[in-house]
Design a protein around this ligand. Sequence first.
Ligand code: AMP
Length: 278
Amino acid sequence: MKVITKTNRLQKITQIALLNKNTIGFIPTMGALHEGHLTLIQQAQKENNIVIVSIFVNPKQFNSIKDFNRYPQPIEQDKALIRDYADYLFYPSVEGMYPDGFQSSVHVGKLAETLEGEHRPGHFDGMATVVLKLLHMCVPTRTYFGLKDYQQYLIVKQMVKDLNLPIKIVGVPTIREESKLALSSRNQLLSLHDKTSAAQIFSALQNGKELIMGGERDVRTIEKTIKTKLEPISKKIDYVAVRSLSLEAITSVNQDVVILVALYVGDIRLIDNIIVRF
Ligand code: AMP
């Protein structure tokens, strides 16, 4: 695995790779890599000739400086984890990505203004801006996103469609711990006690799914039941939402839906979701 830190070097490599008719699989990450990231990378390895992983803790998508500063960055551990699966690791500096005078931004509309967009102002603009920059540099055939960040996945798909990028966005199901807690780089920041509590998130989502499968159709009732399950483990629940698969608000479940939650366990904010098809 070659480590590239300069944007122009990455661009040269991908241009040559494409001229040689290679397919490129790209996985953007913020590092502190775990089995969830590795699943995306391994799928990319199966489906493409060349795999590029990026690690960049993007300051533009953080809402609080505290959250940014404490984001784990175990770069040597990350390199060791992906060495056998990625051909290139792109690991740029903040100055390399946002040189002095940088002033452009990508804004995705309605889809990015609800749920996470409401609770984390500017987050999705920061995410979309960095992802678009990375896509231009990597020119991937396929890019891999986790369905754990369901709204992010939809926003990237929308952006790629709206801006006519010839790139396939592949959604990969959420990888979970044995306790069913969704793997996340932020889990490292949880105390042992909070990690045990956080395992309740999936059981609350599962509970919502069972209600729907059992015939409950009223969205408010479902959301309320899930919230009641989550209250004992969280001081602050940002949202519990039953939405259509395109994140439209609904009042009654008569189509496939996604149940999404965002909440604090201790002072760590976690998100998760479950798709209910019937
Ligand atoms: P991050 O480093 O958190 O920005 O995540 C990089 C990519 O990995 C995103 O597409 C995430 O959705 C995906 N990802 C993170 N956690 C998981 C997980 N537990 N299962 C599947 N994909 C994940």
